[in-house]
Design a protein around this ligand. Sequence first.
Ligand code: PMP
Length: 399
Amino acid sequence: MTQITTKRNPNAFLREDYQDLVSKALNWNLHRLDSGSLPHSTVDGKKVIMLCSNNYLNLSNHPKIIKAAIQAAKQYGAGSGSVRPIAGTMKIHFDVEEAVARFKHTEAALIYQTGFATNSGLIPQLVGEGDIAISDELNHGSIIDGVRLTKADRAIFKHRDVGDLEKVLREADKKYRRIIIISDGVFSMDGDIAPMDKIVKLANEYGAMTYVDDAHGEGVIGPDGRGIGAHYHIEGKIDVEMGTFSKAYGVVGGLIAGSRDLVNFAYNKSRTWLLSGSHPPAVAGAQLAAIQVLETEPQHVRNLWENTRYFKKELSSLGFNTGNSETPIIPVMIGDSAKAKDFSNGLFDEGIFALPIVFPMVARDKARIRIMMNAGLTRKDLDFALGKFEMLGKKFAII
Ligand code: PMP
């Protein structure tokens, strides 16, 4: 037996790896919310304007959605008792799936535990040996992990570059059985939108399947926030529209919308779906109510966009660079990572919560403050925040 060295001592190597992250300033220091995720939240004991939550429409605080969660828990209990395929499918889970299909104008829909579980569980089943998965270079980590789990070959196309995608498709066409093209709908670092209309057209020419991760598009883009299919008027034409309840819907949970064939395939094959417990009834109740709120209360999406347009316009006129943002994700470009962190700390001291995005999440010279706009903020809140951005922008010589 070999001598056990410190290399095998769990606490020693865990500590060493953690210290390595700390020394490179790549570790996360967690902030603590002492309130709900509110437009005016309390974070680490301090009242701040929330500019970095995914709760775009402030639905996590909507009275009808909270009430629906409580009612579902009272009616069905705290937990579902099982995985969906055994004894964990309750009527309320089916109700949510029906509502999603109705809202997205698709034939069918399926709910997963999370968006991450959707991408990592479904993508590996859609392609296998002899196939190829083609991804936008800036796709989300859960897509990257899903693709890693396939036995298919992989290719990358340049960000939102349909010409480059066609080049990859031309090559792939000769060699592979199935082809899947996967893209984020709204890209979470820059807030730009994938050209899904053009991607779908190209995919049709090559007989490729299309898969869009619309985590940041659902509840945000398209009429009533119905997402990227509605945004481009191509509802039902994207083979897999994947999304999440953890962002604009204000709850948690992954989803896919598409054909009945897709749904039948997906729930029989996705290991994350088959082998993991289903949502507690309160979650399903809140999901269902969130869709009903989107269907009946258009003011939330309208407020989100009014706030977004105003804030972006004012930031630009102050001299800030907001990159290629087309959505409520607004990057305020700073450049250097250390400066972006100092800027964010400065904002926090002034009562604004907006986090920096730094290397390795983005290129070394592309550090930024990423703002996620919120429908619940007032014009007064936005003007207050803009004043602080102006003051710090001058202090850090950014504007
Ligand atoms: N896709 C994208 C683009 C995301 O931003 C996220 C959340 N960070 C996910 C998928 C995962 O969604 P969920 O939070 O539901 O696991």
